[in-house]
Design a protein around this ligand. Sequence first.
Ligand code: BGC
Ligand code: NOJ
Length: 814
Amino acid sequence: MTFGHFDDENREYVITRPDTPLPWINYLGCQAYFGIISNTAGGYSFYNDARLRRLTRYRYNHVPFDFGGRYIYLRDDESGEFWSPSWQPTRHDLENYTCRHGLGYTIIGSRYRGIEAHTNYFVPLDENLEVWHLTITNQRSQRAALSVFSSIEFCLWDAQDDATNFQRNFSIGEVEVEDGVIYHKTEYRERRDHFAYFACSGEVEAYDTQREAFVGPYRGWDKPLAVERGRLTNSIAHGWAPIGAHQVKIELAPGGSGQITFVLGYHENPRDRKFDPPESQILNKQTVKPVIAKYLNADVVDAAFQTLRRHWDGLLGILQVDTPDAHTNRMVNIWNAYQCMATFNMSRSASFYESGIGRGLGFRDSNQDLLGFVHMVPARARQRILDLAATQLPTGGAYHQYQPLTKRGNNEVGSNFNDDPHWLILGVAAYLKETADWSILSEPVAYDNEPGSEQPLYEHLQRSFEYTLARLGPHGLPLIGRADWNDCLNLNCFSDTPGQSFQTTTNKDGKVAESVFIAALFVLAGKELAAMACAQGRNDEAKSYLVEAAKMEEIIRRHGWDGDWFLRAYDDFGRKVGSKECAEGKVFIETQGFCVLAGLGLDNGMAAKSMESVRRHLATPHGIVLQQPAYSKYYLHLGEISSYPPGYKENAGIFCHNNPWVMIAETRLGNGDLAFDYYSRINPSAREGISDVHRCEPYVYAQMIAGPDAPTHGEAKNSWLTGTAAWNYFAITQWILGIRTSYEGLQISPVVPKSWRGFKATRIFRGVTYHITVERTGDGNRIALTVDGVGVPGEVVPKPPDGRREISVRARLS
Ligand code: BGC
Ligand code: NOJ
């Protein structure tokens, strides 16, 4: 069953009924001002940090699920009937409802009793504001006299405080209204230099800024009293709940249409020019007024919208593919790349499943996310890497998270997730392979943001590597610390107290439990670091990294192999985790995928056996589960993993983040059919037809799909902000389609299904456009390259001569 369809040409997903199984959302903004918007106009906005600079209020875990947002009401002033063209909050039986989620914009609209109304919501590039551009058309045969109402609820800025500190917050809300513009200035009288505003291009008949005056006592957003009466009250909020609502009257002849623009924005004043006049407490509006005036002009809005569309065309144009599979094409060309940008902007902070007040940017997560967006925004990726590295600790360990606004490590969560430091090496490697910008390695970067502690980035990577060498366990494998990639395998936690955080509770000294996963990650990081050292002429260092990586490979072979698959870990008692010897949790996906991806066991049959075990024990039609058998009860010594009911999340759910590791592993074994089959099982577009089962958006990946042990096998959860986006993009583009960045240049090594006769791709790489045609002439994966008509050896396209901007590459696959 479907709830809409893809419009590939416009790069939109078109939702055709409002009651999707879950809110299907989109992101507005891609620089500093952001919003989340659902298909019924729910969601909220913030400047840079969803917790500390929250503009509008949102109530998570509300009933119904998605409530509160950027709501517009239309009122027929003759009959008194009112409704919302985005369905919520009044939930009228609309005709022709559509929501077009596009790249950085969402257009929601409908027709009701002959009145058609569509609102285009977007954030213009380089501005700290959002536009709601409303078009209303009268399709009746008589004149229509309507009132249009806007509404938003301000969040008093700190969303955590907003949801908890009522004894203060109900007294501090302040607004000003001037020329119909509503200014939210809570706490501006003291330490804030920023304020929000909500403006309207129509003639403002009246406004409200106090919530109760608008909704009425004992009422909600579905039936606001002031809208019902057809008259806002010009209320001024003194404390309680400041909102913004405008009323505009509009008369439309039959067939006539009108437009109104609403602008919600964020603005900062210099500290010494906060007030006007200076000795007053009145907002200085001198610099904000021109911005507001600019965007109340419909031509400016249209032009800004076109600029935004061109911006996305440019980003996505860096890689476009034309394969025999429509789902691959639309995910690679549009949605998967777009989701990667969302993870760049948000990490795991703000979605409909991440509250924006919890996690900041994860160290591990943000480094992996780089794999998916480094080609689109290399300069910003560079800055991200430097910010991340500056939160590294002098030990080489890392704060697990940092707050984007302050860029400081997060003390509440702390460090000791022993995989963290290695992802920095992989992130930097991805950046270097894309850009060849070796200068990044000599950038001075502080440790723990401590001025004076700056060392070249390269030294940070060395410390990352050494961090593990200084923390080896009884078998010579890396100690796991609080957890490795799997945050829920908490082998030193031993929590027996309700409500304790599995992430931060450590009851063991951590000297025994070891991770085979970190061992594999270390091997891969060692190889990457060696390549970087080599490129800088540091041959001895390179050699020593390779020696350490080889030693670790040997240890994995000796102590990390269970006979048919790679072990997962050793627990605090030195017992195996992920072994035939275990009663439950005998085989795990992470080490199968990552060991083979890192090149382990390709020469001795272990890799093939490990993949065979994945097929036999872990693969389902909905994707590959994390482990089997699921844990049926809570195991004190394993931690959060066993806290989930079987089939969900890390306890034998299909964790879509690590499925691509297996896809890549299969390509390393040359199995294009299986790699692509695994890819398709979790590809959201390929699952669109079962939207009633999958339930999450069909245009983006979700973190998890319930495994076969769950009663809801196939149901996805936690869409949008997940490492799944980057890893699937990486797996399909670089390993299955095989258009791979390398230090030497662009490599073409497809491992695609046997049934594919070929495919085409365009890739802009280091300033040159590569027009790539792959043709299959045999069943294998052997490559013969021709560059501009001349055959070249190997699989890497030689660096084109200086000045060359376009080249054509043909790859024969036999
Ligand atoms: C989730 C993990 C997540 C961790 C850290 C756990 O509850 O299951 O997926 O990584 O929390 O926030
Ligand atoms: C989600 C977290 O964001 C990520 O860091 C972690 O690797 C996975 N969950 C698995 O636990």
